[in-house]
Design a protein around this ligand. Structure first.
Ligand code: HEM
Ligand code: HEM
Length: 207
């Protein structure tokens, strides 16, 4: 680890790179990560309130936008998967050993389930006998008759996978707290805030 008190020619703070590097996530990944996290919070707050309070006005405030926000989330998540693949090979490494393997598997599970949740809902909407027009403009026309497998897939998986996703997110946030509070290894600063770029960042991806 570089000692922040020791002057070093490569350690001046600098603007974040757009792309990821071996030691930190760049601007695009961060924008997608935090936008998705905020919209997920909106979706889950609404659905938890719906379960707890039923048809209260505050519930309508959140749930009334559920399909719109969910559709936007699908687009952001699809972009995020493409961006992650485009940055493969020059993103922060999670290290060898069991903890590194667990981090890689945990992130893979987050990617898989966060994609499955809106895909299941959108398949159900596509196969439904009702038109799907979350923004006023029709995205999917009504099917006559409805497409049974698509509606069945969404019915079976959307809600269940969404609660599994919430559990994965809780585990993810808990692990970030462990990294920050116990191990103090600077994991959060890869995804948030400023961090002094190292020589490796500069020579590799910094532009
Ligand atoms: C990543 C985005 C999304 C998240 C996190 C999410 C989350 C949830 C959750 C937690 C529930 C409650 C399930 C239950 O009551 O057990 C739910 C229900 C619902 N969602 Fe989503 N949702 C998302 C995207 C969408 C999209 C894109 C649509 C529409 C195409 C949609 C339509 C619905 C509908 C109609 C329900 C009520 C029926 C049901 O339980 O399946 N959601 N969602
Ligand atoms: C308060 C909430 C959150 C915090 C504090 C947080 C923090 C972080 C941090 C620090 C990293 C970098 C970890 C590392 O380099 O080892 C990360 C990565 C990641 N986060 Fe979050 N996160 C939050 C919410 C979420 C949510 C809601 C999702 C998805 C639904 C999510 C999905 C991911 C994924 C998939 C990665 C791995 C990125 C990659 O390597 O491709 N996070 N998060």
């Amino acid at each position: 680890m570089h000692d922040p008190h020791t002057p070093h020619q490569n350690s001046a703070p600098a603007a974040l790179p757009w792309r990821d590097t071996r030691t930190l996530y760049g601007r695009i990944t961060r924008l997608l990560h935090w936008a998705i996290a905020a919209l997920m919070l909106w979706q889950f707050t609404g659905m938890v309130l719906k379960l707890a309070l039923g048809r209260a006005p505050v519930v309508g405030f959140f749930v009334g936008s559920h399909q719109k926000v969910g559709t936007v989330l699908f687009v952001l998540i699809a972009l995020r998967v493409i961006w992650a693949l485009a940055n493969r090979g020059h993103r922060p490494d999670h290290g060898a050993g069991l903890v590194g393997l667990a981090a890689r598997l945990g992130h893979l599970a987050l990617y898989a389930v966060m994609l499955l949740v809106p895909v299941a809902a959108l398949l159900r909407a596509w196969g439904s006998a009702k038109p799907f027009a979350p923004f006023g403009q029709q995205i999917f026309a009504a099917q006559t008759p409805e497409i049974g497998w698509a509606v069945g897939f969404g019915e079976l998986l959307h809600g269940e996978a969404a609660w599994l996703l919430l559990a994965l997110i809780a585990g993810h946030v808990l692990m970030v707290c462990v990294h920050e509070g116990l191990w103090r290894d600077g994991t959060l600063s890869r995804m948030a805030g400023r961090r002094r770029l190292t020589g490796a960042d500069r020579s590799r991806d910094f532009r």
